[in-house]
Design a protein around this ligand. Structure first.
Ligand SMILES: [Zn+2]
Length: 391
């Protein structure tokens, strides 16, 4: 059967069907099955990729491709969702996908099942537009492990793709990037994130005899001084200033007449492209050494800062947005991390989806008209991308 004979994929209906699959990480919940069925009908070749690693649950992923030639334009996203939370706080079943007053409700409606439905619907519309003569390939990389540890998800799919010579030339991730209205913001990069745990050890004693003890808190306060600044720099061309937040200082000491033996502070640094996690750790250790004392520092970096500098791909997207909704989106690097941090090692990657106001909240929803418009934007994006690359 040719794709021409298939009813146009309705992005709203497909969003509803995906929302009705309770795919809370790490459960597939039927969401990838649903997606695979639709994609196969359109002629996509689908690969289900189940990955395991000790200490984490197995996770199912999907890579689908239509066409054999390059350029290969990839839509990336995640079908997993965060738990609904207090279900009594929802107006309806969080997995009902109900539409009320032009709003589609349900866990994953904003983050990011409606964007996945828009990917599929846009691909179908574009295939029909070019009369099934696809000038390259369209692929979907959909993971079931984005909201969880992200170990058995996008990174492993990308490894699998490398091993199987599956090359992608450009990628758009469908995270909900708009703060208030559709067409407000695209993300061209993300800040890095480094978490640190600093433990200072002293000598326990009586608070009436501090000279017989060594208070680790006095040292800790000096060590944390530069981290109390909130901003470590002025920011760079595309990034906001590096920020610090001390999240805990804990001695485990409940007695007011005891100088504790040990104290641990934890902090998180969100940094721009003027520094790397290694630079920050070196800077921290140099400062801690200058204060002196008996300390240990543990760190964990979830990602360094990255950017796809404004260029052809973001211009394609900006002009598609302008055409469909008439706005000129801001190019931003704000917010948390996303799977774009893994994809950027392979090709230019930017992010654009629906409005993220209610993501992870009770009564998560998306405007129905935004899902229609997002589909139009993705369709226009495909058109611009293939025209430009094949010109
Ligand atoms: Zn998301």
């Amino acid at each position: 059967m040719s794709t021409v004979d298939i009813d146009l994929i309705n992005p709203i209906e497909l969003s509803q069907r995906l929302i009705r699959c309770p795919s809370v990480t790490p459960h597939e919940g039927g969401a990838l099955d649903e997606l695979q069925n639709v994609l196969e009908e359109l002629g996509f070749r689908c690969q289900r990729l189940l990955f395991s690693e000790e200490g984490t649950p197995d996770v199912d992923n999907l890579y689908a491709r239509l066409g054999d030639t390059r350029p290969n334009f990839c839509f990336a996203g995640h079908s997993d969702v965060v738990p609904p939370g207090d279900t009594d706080g929802w107006g309806d079943d969080p997995f009902s996908g109900v539409i009320i007053d032009g709003k589609l409700f349900g866990r994953g409606s904003s983050d990011m099942k409606s964007a996945i439905a828009s990917f599929v619907s846009a691909a179908h519309r574009y295939i029909l537009k070019v009369d099934e003569e696809l000038p390259g390939s369209i692929s979907l990389l959909i993971t079931g492990d984005e909201e969880g540890p992200a170990i058995n998800g996008t990174t492993k799919v990308l490894d699998w793709m490398s091993k199987n010579n599956e090359v992608i030339d450009a990628c758009v991730v469908g995270e909900p990037t708009n703060p208030d209205y559709l067409g407000q913001m695209i993300k061209i990069g993300r800040r890095g994130s480094l978490t640190g745990w600093l433990t200072v050890t002293g000598v326990q004693g009586h608070t009436a005899y501090p000279h017989l003890a060594e208070n680790p808190l006095s040292k800790l306060v000096k060590m944390l001084e530069p981290l109390a600044e909130e901003q470590l720099d002025q920011g760079t061309e595309y990034f906001p200033p590096t920020t610090v937040a001390i999240s805990s200082i804990d001695t485990g000491n409940s007695a007011t007449n005891v100088i504790p033996q040990k104290v641990t502070a934890s902090f998180n640094i969100r940094f721009n492209d003027s520094r790397t996690a290694d630079d920050i750790e070196k800077w921290l250790r140099a400062h801690f050494d200058s204060v002196g004392g008996n300390y240990t520092l543990e760190t964990a970096c979830s990602s360094n800062a990255f950017i796809t500098e404004p260029g052809a791909l973001s211009e394609d997207l900006v002009s598609a947005i302008k055409d469909v909704v008439g706005t000129h989106p801001e190019m931003s690097t704000t917010g948390g991390t996303s799977d774009a941090r893994f994809i950027r090692k392979f090709c230019p990657v930017i992010e654009f989806g629906v409005v993220g106001k209610t993501m992870h909240k009770l009564n998560e929803h998306v405007e129905v008209k935004d899902v229609e418009l997002l589909t139009d934007i993705y369709t226009e994006l495909l058109d611009r991308f293939f025209k430009r690359v094949n010109a």
